[in-house]
Design a protein around this ligand. Structure first.
Ligand code: PMP
Length: 388
């Protein structure tokens, strides 16, 4: 197990004088806190004895039913609450899935770059992470087919493809609809389970949410969802929707991990969704993050030196910035911190040391003016680095 570079950064990046473009923390102060307070108070008054009691490892049935309604917003209309397992954030779903499926040496395919904590989870169970190249349209299906063929030829056992197809962490890139079908088909043929991790899907800036991969492939895809970015990460409520035999094993794994999920946070989320205008809240989040995304894109265009490129996310929290060849983003970080801006070096998002001249910058937490100031500071550091 290795310490996460992102976690180590949090202590420094949270100093008030620093503009942190490093974290992926949602702007929870945008939540109507009185509504949350009213929900919890009402919950304890009306259902306190249930909320404070043990529950099941699979999660509260009413919440699971409500989760099915949430997934319908992304085209998943056939989900049954029996096949939903509530987890401690979607992170725990990832951990349980890895525990159930991975033996040491098994291969997990992921985008390159990919979500840093997923890499750490796979490493903790001694999986071998193999990256599949991606571009502005997401994971490249041709490269996926080649990788599967190569690994089969060398006798490696590929267990799953872990993908964040929508507004990916860390790149902000979205897998196109035609590619979604191709990716699922390639995995189906190879007998490889697809894990669709989708915490950002409802935070789209251009209208309706994108159709989930799971919507068209119920037998081949395990879908992971979360209320962390659409409500509050402090609730620690996420879930997995899985084919019945997989769901059954996830419940067994959850029992040995946590015995029972927190009834208090589950019922708080359930009651919040039932009684508060959550769709309005989602809309407000989307507008807020879109304004911050725009502030970041505009300032990047104004300030970045030639030969830098960046992604243009249509939702979510992150932009992937590729710096001119030869820049070592990790070595530059202390100079950026001295200039009062923080980011995450790209190498953390690869299992193989790639990404030296890339960084992840997030626009989710600082307000637009601070986002602009952060990017300006970053551009000054980079220009000094390049002797411009
Ligand atoms: N997957 C991805 C891609 C994420 O970005 C995150 C949060 N940073 C998670 C999973 C975990 O989220 P949570 O456990 O809070 O649901």
């Amino acid at each position: 197990m290795l310490a996460s570079e992102v976690r180590a950064l949090f202590a420094v990046a949270s100093r008030p004088e620093i503009v942190s473009l490093a974290g992926g923390m949602p702007a929870v102060d945008a939540l109507p806190l009185e509504a949350v307070a009213a929900t919890t108070s009402d919950l304890i008054t009306r259902r306190g004895a249930v909320a404070l009691q043990y529950g099941s490892a699979q999660g509260d049935p009413q919440l699971r039913a409500r989760i099915c309604d949430v997934m319908a917003m992304e085209g998943i209309t056939d989900a049954h609450p029996d096949n939903v397992v509530v987890t401690v954030g979607s992170q725990q779903a990832l951990d349980l899935l890895t525990r159930v499926f991975i033996d040491p040496g098994d291969v997990v395919l992921t985008e390159g770059p990919t979500y840093v904590t997923a890499i750490n989870t796979f490493a903790a169970y001694q999986a071998r992470v193999v990256h599949v190249p991606m571009d502005a349209d997401g994971l490249n299906p041709e490269a996926l087919r080649e990788t599967l063929a190569r690994l089969a030829a060398e006798g490696s056992r590929v267990k799953m493809l872990y993908t964040v197809p929508t507004f990916q962490n860390p790149s902000g890139v979205t897998l196109t609809v035609p590619r979604r079908g191709e990716v699922v088909e390639a995995c189906r043929r190879a007998g490889v389970l697809v894990v669709e991790d989708n915490p950002y899907g409802l935070l789209s800036f251009n209208g309706d949410p994108i159709r989930a991969m799971r919507a068209d492939a119920p037998d081949d895809v395990v879908y992971l969802g979360s209320f962390s970015k659409t409500l509050a990460p402090g609730m620690r409520v996420g879930w997995a929707l899985a084919p019945p035999p997989v769901a059954a094993r996830l419940v067994l794994a959850a029992e040995s991990a946590i015995l029972s999920h927190s009834m208090f946070t589950q019922l708080t989320v359930e009651q919040y969704l039932a009684t508060q205008p959550w769709p309005e809240q989602l809309k407000a989040f989307r507008e807020m993050y879109r304004e911050r995304r725009d502030a970041m894109l505009e300032t990047l265009a104004e300030t970045m030196p030639a030969d830098s490129t960046w992604t243009r996310p249509d939702g979510g929290f992150f932009i992937w910035l590729t710096l001119p060849e030869g820049v070592d983003a990790k070595a530059m970080l202390p100079r950026a911190i001295a200039a009062r801006v923080a980011y995450v070096p790209g190498t953390g998002f690869y299992a193989d040391g790639s990404g030296r001249n890339a960084i992840r910058i997030s626009y989710c937490y600082p307000p637009p003016d601070r986002v602009r100031e952060g990017v300006r500071r970053l551009a000054r550091v980079l220009r000094a680095e390049l002797d411009l």
